[in-house]
Design a protein around this ligand. Sequence first.
Ligand code: IMP
Length: 428
Amino acid sequence: MPAFGVIGAQWGDEGKGKVVDFLSSNADMVVRFAGGNNAGHTVINDHGEFKLHLVPAGIFWPQAKAVIGGGTVVDPAALLGEIQALQARGVDTSRLFLSDRAHVVMPYHVQLDQLEEQARGNSALGTTGRGIGPAYVDKTARVGIRMGDLLDEEYLATRLKAALQQKNLLLTKVYGAPPIDLDETYRQALEFGTQLRPYIAPVESAIADGLAAGARVLLEGAQGTLLDLDQGVYPYVTSSSPTIGGGLTGIGIGPKDIKGVVGVFKAYSTRVGAGPLPTELHGGMGDQIRELAWEYGTTTGRPRRVGWFDGVAARYSARVNGLTSAVLTRLDVLDGIDPVSVCVAYEMDGQRIDYFPTTPSALERCQPIYEELPGWTQPTAATTDVGALPPEARSYVKRLEGLIGAPIDLISTGPRREESILIRPIIT
Ligand code: IMP
């Protein structure tokens, strides 16, 4: 009953799409467990280049079921658009399943996300504006609409009526916006239900049966550990749990089912949105890496903030996820940069610390302590053999491995599936 978590180990955008696509060759089920279409997973394989937001990256492998689990929040229009785009390019979507427990991102959630961000003014969080936070708020407040509800006309009518009573007060009295029409929203929700009916299923029991029969289940993470609602740098977080803990609750399995937890790390740091990034590089090298690596958001197109690899944050991430192995992506971006710096500790209030403080105020007082490592001039791009890496690149990987505290079993040297160095099999 082996399940494997593939978790974003930094601030998201670590290249999980490519990694999940690569690892799914060996998986029977690939399950997204949290988040929504705030995620953007880029995959380049034999079918072409895809930017997935909700559909699991396992969709390209004919043996794998691609499942959107109950811990996610799903914008029906976005999902239907993604399915149609895949079908138009000849990708088989008949193995796609959507949990009847997944919460629906309703149009009013998107509207509220944007109004709330505007109202925060200078304290805006820099959300993706996709309605993710408000949808999770409704889930927690027990006024959410779930995918299964879209298939039950009567129940949907009561749920939506109750939800809209509340939302319309908020929209009109707090934000001065026009109210939402119940009948129109109801009709639209029923229509979404009709279109999504072929995919909606009680997927949790299929996952449990699969695990009992020895199926290899890959839990596809979205966002990253440092954006986790509990373990991240609150309030600069997303509204779900991208850590392995969220994986268990998001698909309804126990810890005994987990055989491995793989943390995906980029060879440097990036983040989009507000909040501390201790190793941030302002201008110069930061701009160079951003342009070289095209570090712009897959979902919103926003420029990503760039910094050196943060070994303190990495160790923290390894701890909260219990990482059994790590994947290093975008190593090739550092080709030609000499020297390369790595943060090995912080200085906070005049003291050297090696732990990761999770309050923004403490983290903002942290100055990174760097170690400089020699760079490499020989390109690593597209390398598929670890022995062919320049010795300086191998030393860099070793140093990161030491800081993370888990073996780096896979190195990505380019965006394509085949541009990968598999050091040790991960999904076994
Ligand atoms: P939300 O998830 O849209 O509510 O945004 C909350 C924070 O998480 C913002 O800083 C976003 O930029 C960030 N965020 C959400 N999804 C992703 C992602 O997939 N990659 C990177 N950052 C993300």
